[in-house]
Ligand binder design. Structure first.
Ligand SMILES: Cc1cc2nc3c(=O)[nH]c(=O)nc-3n(C[C@H](O)[C@H](O)[C@H](O)COP(=O)(O)OP(=O)(O)OC[C@H]3O[C@@H](n4cnc5c(N)ncnc54)[C@H](O)[C@@H]3O)c2cc1C
Length: 478
């Protein structure tokens, strides 16, 4: 019953519409813009299958599905969830941000706080519960789009008067469901996922913006869903040895446009309720559980970057210089920092409805630190790299041409490895810190949990100011 990589690939052959490079494509699975990333995800499903005891669990219905669908009804289950997220991330060294365990964790977090939905609407809550059963039992891969396209950020969606459907909104409702129109900003991994989950994280004004206050989920192959892909780094990577990360881990980001899509009522979780849109992620376990997965992945990625920097320093014979060691230690410090914060999330949870949920305020602090340190780390690695990441032959094909290689190898000396290995390593470094793929990752780590003003605002609102003020007020000031 465990979903295999082959089954995952078969399921993706669903005829969805993707626009890329002037083309409308309906068979993206073998398209050079997406095919490697899809195989990377397929490998994750196979990894899950071959390590089924730790990566899966048995449902009450007797199905073996990924552990990321399991509700954390004991502390052991929360720890196991964290460990599988870490293990999953190890398969890509943390370069796949929205692996199948990310949005699944958000849904689990909605289930652990299902009373939030029940007190809002029994019907919508039943729709969510049935949906959860369906996607978890079938171990589907979900992406989500929670943010409206930028447009004019000083205006509410309803104030975009040139086109009130700039942001996805309700056109009409009927006995079958709702018809929706408009765009949603980045849905990472839409070409890789089976379904898309829609919510709203932008501020909405009650009494004005109800049209936009919707949450639902649909298969990405649904008629009317147009997936507008960004540039594919996998496609332009050329030889895999030149861009080893771009060509494997490009979880493409997309804009998703809903061109009058009918969403049946059984797939509608929030209907015209601005307050529920906020509560869906912030008053349930959704945000906390999905971003705990993110911190597991992030810890792995930071260890990778730290190891990469150390290996590069050794290759260039700079690793014994005291100032270089300090830089490397600083990288290790950031990696251990996130590792510690992640462990704190899973080892010191709160209990809600019998479920073990990481602490929300800790998570907010973690998000802010996470988005702040990535640019610093990249900068340190750039500083250590010097021009070595540029001083490289144009492509692997130069190494395959004997005449060219005979000159190239004279310029790639290292005391600890061959010229060819040096080139391979430096190309990996560049793909991690300097390529377009790397640059997208910098933007991702800075923004995926929200712009910094938004993450700081969350912590400001939830931090225990009474505790810290009491410390101040209790001190003897003479
Ligand atoms: C690579 C990548 C992948 C992503 N993947 C997903 C995904 O899969 N699903 C998803 O839902 N979202 C995704 N996101 C979107 C992400 O959630 C948003 O980027 C994030 O919420 C920030 O919103 P924004 O980009 O619209 O920035 P904005 O809100 O437009 O903010 C940009 C900047 O404008 C300024 N600013 C804007 N508003 C204010 C304000 N009120 N006060 C002060 N300053 C302000 C700040 O300087 C801020 O940094 C992704 C983003 C990136 C970069």
């Amino acid at each position: 019953m465990i979903r295999t990589g082959d089954k995952y690939i078969d399921d993706l052959r669903d005829g969805r519409t993707i626009f890329i490079n002037g083309e409308k494509i309906t068979n993206h699975v073998d398209h050079p813009a997406f095919k490697n990333a899809i195989r990377t995800v397929a490998n994750l499903y196979d990894y899950q299958k071959f390590n089924f005891e730790k990566m899966t669990f048995l449902t009450r219905e007797g199905h073996r599905i990924a552990r990321h669908w399991e509700l954390p009804s004991s502390h052991e289950k929360l720890i196991a969830r964290g460990q599988t997220a870490y293990d999953y991330a190890m398969q890509s060294a943390g370069w796949i941000g929205r692996s199948p365990d990310h949005v699944a964790s958000a849904l689990v977090g909605m289930m652990t706080h299902i009373e939030v939905f029940e007190s809002y609407s029994q019907e919508r809550s039943n729709a969510l519960k049935n949906y959860f059963t369906y996607v978890s039992e079938n171990d589907l891969y979900l992406t989500y789009a929670l943010v409206n396209p930028q447009g004019d950020r000083s205006k509410m969606p309803s104030e975009h008067t040139k086109d009130i459907y700039h942001s996805l909104g309700l056109v009409e409702k009927n006995s079958k469901g709702i018809i929706v129109r408009g765009g949603k900003m980045l849905a990472t991994a839409a070409p890789l996922a089976n379904e898309i989950f829609i919510g709203v994280q932008n501020p909405l004004k009650s009494g004005v913006d109800e049209r936009y206050a919707l949450s639902f989920a649909m298969p990405l192959s649904t008629e009317g869903i147009k997936i507008i892909s960004r540039r594919s780094y996998e496609l332009v990577a050329g030889h895999p040895k030149d861009y080893p990360l771009s060509c494997q881990f490009d979880e493409n980001d997309t804009i998703v446009y809903f061109d009058d899509v009918l969403v049946p009522w059984e797939r509608v979780f929030i209907f015209e309720d601005t307050d529920m849109c906020r509560k869906q992620f912030h008053s349930t376990g959704a945000e906390v559980l999905m971003d705990t997965q993110s911190q597991a992945r992030y810890a792995v990625k930071l260890h990778f970057l730290t190891g990469l920097a150390q290996k590069m320093a050794e290759t260039n014979g700079i690793d014994k210089f005291p100032s270089v060691k300090e830089n490397l230690a600083e990288l290790a410090c950031y990696a251990m920092n996130i590792e510690g914060l992640f462990k704190n999330l899973i080892y010191n949870p709160n209990v809600h409805n019998g479920f073990y949920i990481p602490d929300q305020v800790q998570l907010y602090a973690c998000q802010i630190i996470a988005q702040s340190i990535y640019p610093k780390m990249i900068n340190i690695i750039r500083k250590l790299a010097g021009g070595g990441v540029i001083m490289l032959p144009s492509s692997e094909y130069d190494l395959l041409n004997n005449e060219i290689f005979s000159f190239v190898e004279k310029t790639q000396y290292s005391s600890v490895m061959s010229p060819t290995d040096r080139i391979r390593l430096m190309k990996l470094v560049w793909d991690a810190i300097g390529s377009e793929f790397a640059s997208r990752h910098l933007q991702y780590e800075m923004f995926y949990s929200g712009a910094k003003f938004a993450t700081l605002d969350r912590l400001y609102k939830h931090y225990d100011w009474n505790f810290s003020r009491a410390l101040v007020e209790n001190i003897k000031t003479f």
